[in-house]
Design a protein around this ligand. Structure first.
Ligand SMILES: Cc1cc2nc3c(=O)[nH]c(=O)nc-3n(C[C@H](O)[C@H](O)[C@H](O)COP(=O)(O)OP(=O)(O)OC[C@H]3O[C@@H](n4cnc5c(N)ncnc54)[C@H](O)[C@@H]3O)c2cc1C
Length: 379
């Protein structure tokens, strides 16, 4: 988010910008730990709109930003088992189609054709969008940052924001581990750490960190899934399959398969230690939905943090209580893919351009109002 905002600001001529990163490298927070999934299939119209714009930019990233990025558009397949989910997804598909997205509602047999090897047990339908896919988060982040630097933005790494100075109730400086920066505007793009940055100027940014695991598995005997023995038992394409009602998902990653699942028992916190005792729970679901996983051995695992808001929609725009405090955070586990559009929208707002986007679902003050409709398709 930070790199995207910086690039878009620079594009609009605002180059007196410093991107401050606590770690030695960019994209080592949530962005460096995610699954790279990029989809149009959201339940909230504002998220669909973010996807349409972001995906178009990712597909054209090299010519627009100057760095090539890996982007495989092998589709996203949501498998639906519960009757209640069928109704919701049928409505979502209709909504997405009204937004011009080519999404289809399929039967179980058609789902298997798109993702060979899955078990159809219990599947009542599937939502499919061929234009979705998997992209490279590190490439996109570094591409934005390099492009911003080329236009004059300063990128400082290994530098922690430790405070925000206020004068007369508005932002006047940012304190860092390497000294202070005088500025009337600060953008809180701290992902799962956004709440802590809010505290520096006395405002509540309702973003909670939540650990999510990713595992990579190859065949038990080593090598790749792309050998004749696994033909028809594991997809060859990078199709991203989500068993929505369990939240188990997978896609091919190199010779292996990347997979993960949400843990309903996970509590908010910053711990990203891999909980190996969670793996058997994931494997049990994985083997049911993709039986070849019984022949798999996990070669890598890591955990990262989702950045959850109460309604699973992000916060984009100014905070109503402190002038000069902008927020772009809380993307609730689907932020990598929305960074191109979200960064453009915030940069437009900050430079006095009309973002041509109804930001009310993403407003910082929406949580004080009752009944905001959030995002349902959180994986
Ligand atoms: C396991 C997993 C799978 C996911 N899969 C997907 C997916 O398939 N598709 C998708 O779109 N999204 C996915 N996500 C979500 C996605 O990763 C996030 O929504 C997105 O990366 C958020 O970007 P960000 O820039 O807001 O946060 P981050 O990438 O976390 O960036 C915030 C940065 O702020 C820095 N920072 C924090 N505090 C300070 C400070 N005090 N001073 C200076 N710097 C600071 C951090 O070091 C970090 O680099 C996944 C997340 C996880 C954990």
């Amino acid at each position: 988010m930070g790199a995207s905002v910086a690039w878009h600001l620079a594009q609009r001529g605002m180059t007196n910008v410093v991107l401050v990163e606590r770690e030695a490298q960019l994209a080592t927070g949530s962005t460096g730990r995610n699954a790279g999934g990029v989809r149009h299939q959201f339940s909230h119209p504002a998220n669909i709109a973010l996807s349409v714009e972001s995906i178009a930019m990712m597909a054209d990233f090299e010519s627009r930003v100057g760095t090539p990025v890996d982007f495989h558009r092998d589709g996203y397949l949501f498998l639906i088992s519960k009757t209640s989910s069928v109704e919701v997804f049928e409505r979502n598909v209709a909504l997405q189609r009204r937004h011009g997205i080519d999404v289809q509602w399929l039967g179980a047999d058609e789902a298997v054709r798109l993702a060979p090897g899955i078990s159809t047990e219990g599947i009542r339908g599937a939502a499919w969008c061929a234009a979705d896919g998997v992209a490279d988060p590190n490439g996109v982040t570094v591409g934005f940052a390099k492009g911003a630097q080329a236009l004059g933005v300063e990128v400082v790494r290994d530098t922690e924001v430790t405070g925000i100075g206020l004068t007369g109730g508005r932002v006047s400086s940012v304190h860092t581990s390497r000294g202070a920066i005088d500025t009337p505007v600060v953008v809180n793009a701290a992902g799962p750490w956004a709440k802590g940055i809010g505290r520096f100027c006395g405002v509540d940014v309702p973003v909670e960190p939540e650990r999510r695991h990713i595992f990579i598995a190859t065949p038990e005997q080593g090598g790749s899934w792309d050998v004749p023995a696994f033909e028809g038992r594991m997809p060859r394409s990078k199709v991203l399959v989500i068993d929505f009602d369990t939240s188990f998902y997978f896609h091919r990653e190199g010779p292996g398969v990347l997979f993960g699942m949400g843990d309903p028992d996970e509590r908010p916190g910053f711990d990203i230690t891999v909980r190996w005792d969670f793996l058997p729970k994931v494997t049990e679901v994985a083997v049911r939905r993709l039986p070849v996983m019984a022949d798999a051995a996990v070669s890598h695992a890591w955990a990262g943090l989702y950045e959850m808001t109460p309604d699973h929609n992000p916060i984009i725009g100014p905070h109503h209580e402190v002038e000069g405090f902008q927020i772009i955070a809380g993307f609730s586990g689907h932020g990598f893919q929305h960074a191109p559009a979200a960064g453009r929208i915030l940069a437009d707002l900050m430079t006095g351009h009309d973002p041509q986007f109804d930001l009310s679902p993403f407003a910082a003050d929406r949580f004080t109002r009752a009944g905001t409709a959030g995002e349902h398709n959180v994986v």
